[in-house]
Write a protein that binds this ligand. Structure first.
Ligand code: BDR
Ligand code: CA
Length: 311
């Protein structure tokens, strides 16, 4: 199984990604979860991460709180999508499992130094603040990362938080720039692919039909989560962004993309956080990421439902 750290800002779709990882021990060895400020402030994202672990009866998972704000900017949040708790939908509770004392950024550094070089994959599902902060504080760990598989960016789908930018990249563009220029092997799940992973009614009801606490919790989250896209855009469901990262680690054949150059806009007020993706190869800038463009959505949802049935 592949050793990973999930860096996350739950978020209903982050929560489903965590559940998929917990349900897949033959593919994934989850070393820890580091929370970051994003969809909602850090106090809520670290709490939500623990709630999700408890719903899956996995109080043993180590959850850390990382950075409370982007590297160089004030935090921008997304309660308009995720609700005031970040995890609106199901009935929430105060988790009993502890938050680890160690800071999430220090956990990332220590883990990369402790594990053999090239054996730990980082899975960022929120702004890239914790990851870039770790690289700034400990440049020696950069070459020890096996791969980064992240949710972020957009090309044909352009933006969701501004006309030009996707939320995770927009919130901390400096962090995104540092990660994209790190030289690490990077796989990106942009809106181009996640907007094809829609939570249709039938797919949500398949989670509820699992007749388990995890199935009900997931269906209740997605009932709430879809309303933003369904009401605002008339889309047939909500885009299940972050689970694409974990599904890729389990079954990469569900996805296809191109190795291309991706640069992050950090200066322009109008297009801040835009992922300038050279999909057509019109520059000679070297490829720095595998940019995913397509997904077998039915295969993805059947993987997800079959795996969550185990919890
Ligand atoms: C990303 O932003 C968040 O709202 C979601 O959790 C996802 O990680 C999509 O733009
Ligand atoms: Ca997220």
């Amino acid at each position: 199984a592949r050793k990973i750290i999930i860096d996350t800002d739950p978020g209903q779709d982050d929560a489903v990604a965590i559940l998929l990882a917990l349900a897949s021990p033959e593919n994934i060895d989850l070393l820890g979860i580091t929370a970051v400020a994003g969809n909602v402030p850090l106090e809520l994202t670290q709490k939500n991460a623990r709630i999700v672990c408890e719903v899956a009866k996995r109080q043993d998972v180590k959850v850390f709180a990382g950075r409370a704000a982007p590297l160089e900017r004030p935090l921008v949040t997304a309660e308009h999508v995720h609700g005031g708790t970040g995890l609106d939908g199901p009935e929430l509770f105060d988790p009993e499992m502890p938050l680890q004392d160690q800071n999430g950024v220090d956990f990332i550094i220590e883990t990369l130094r402790r594990e053999p070089a090239g054996t730990v994959t980082l899975c960022p599902l929120g702004p890239l603040t914790n990851i870039a902060a770790a690289f700034r504080a400990a440049p020696d760990v950069v070459e020890r990362v096996q791969e980064i598989v992240l949710m972020g960016g957009a090309y044909f789908e352009v933006g969701n938080i501004t006309p030009a930018a996707e939320f995770n990249i927009y919130v901390d563009p400096e962090a995104a720039h540092e990660v994209l220029s790190s030289g690490i092997k990077i796989t990106m799940m942009p809106l181009d692919v996640t907007h094809k992973a829609l939570t249709t009614r039938a797919r949500v009801e398949a989670f509820r039909a699992l007749q388990s606490p995890v199935g009900a919790f997931t269906a209740d989250m997605l009932d709430f989560f879809e309303r933003f896209d369904v009401e605002k855009y008339g889309s047939e469901g909500g885009p299940l962004h972050d689970p694409c990262v974990i599904a890729y680690l389990i079954d990469p054949a569900l996805f296809s993309g191109r190795h291309i150059n991706v640069e992050i806009e950090t200066a322009s007020a109008l297009t801040l956080g835009m992922t300038v993706a050279d999909w057509w190869g019109v520059t000679d800038r070297p490829a720095n990421a595998l940019f995913i463009g397509d997904i077998d959505a039915d295969g993805f949802f059947s993987l997800l439902t079959n795996r969550l049935a185990r919890l």
